[in-house]
Write a protein that binds this ligand. Structure first.
Ligand code: ZN
Length: 148
């Protein structure tokens, strides 16, 4: 387990130091902002959605290692998915972090690297901020998302 743990930490650090999909999505047509007052994380997610599919996704903002790595991992996982698949992935990810789902690598891919966060309830909000913001962008909600 400790080998797995350090592998997961490496993935998180790598995505924190070299975030993927940072910036603004090409031809973005959805956007939302999120804020986690507990930690100070801020994120903006932009999406390009065409015919029910996420063609591009990007994020920017300032946040801690967990929130940045999570936004980067999320963006990487979402590109090319159908909107419905993206919502299902969020549900699985959320269940993983709230502890009542078994970590299934086949379902979650690299997102599984964040599974250790469930032992730190304060950090769960850091890890789910980008996802809640994604959901608001998909729903077309204009109001900024807050985890509180
Ligand atoms: Zn945070």
């Amino acid at each position: 387990m400790s080998d797995l743990r350090s592998l997961y930490q490496e993935i998180i650090l790598d995505h924190y130091k070299r975030p993927r999909h940072r910036g603004v999505a090409a031809e973005a047509n959805r956007e939302a902002e999120g804020y986690n007052p507990l930690c100070g994380d801020k994120v903006r997610v932009t999406l390009s959605v065409r015919d029910g599919r996420i063609e591009d996704v990007a994020f920017d903002g300032e946040g801690c290692a967990i929130s940045t790595a999570s936004a980067s991992l999320m963006s990487e996982a979402l590109a090319g998915l159908e909107v419905e698949e993206a919502r299902q992935l969020f549900e699985r990810f959320h269940r993983l972090l709230t502890g009542d789902a078994v970590a299934d690598e086949e379902e979650l891919g690299k997102l599984i690297a964040l599974s250790g966060v469930r032992e730190y309830p304060m950090r769960v909000k850091c890890a789910t901020l980008a996802w809640h913001t994604l959901q608001a962008a998909l729903d077309g909600t204009d109001q900024a998302v807050s985890t509180e």
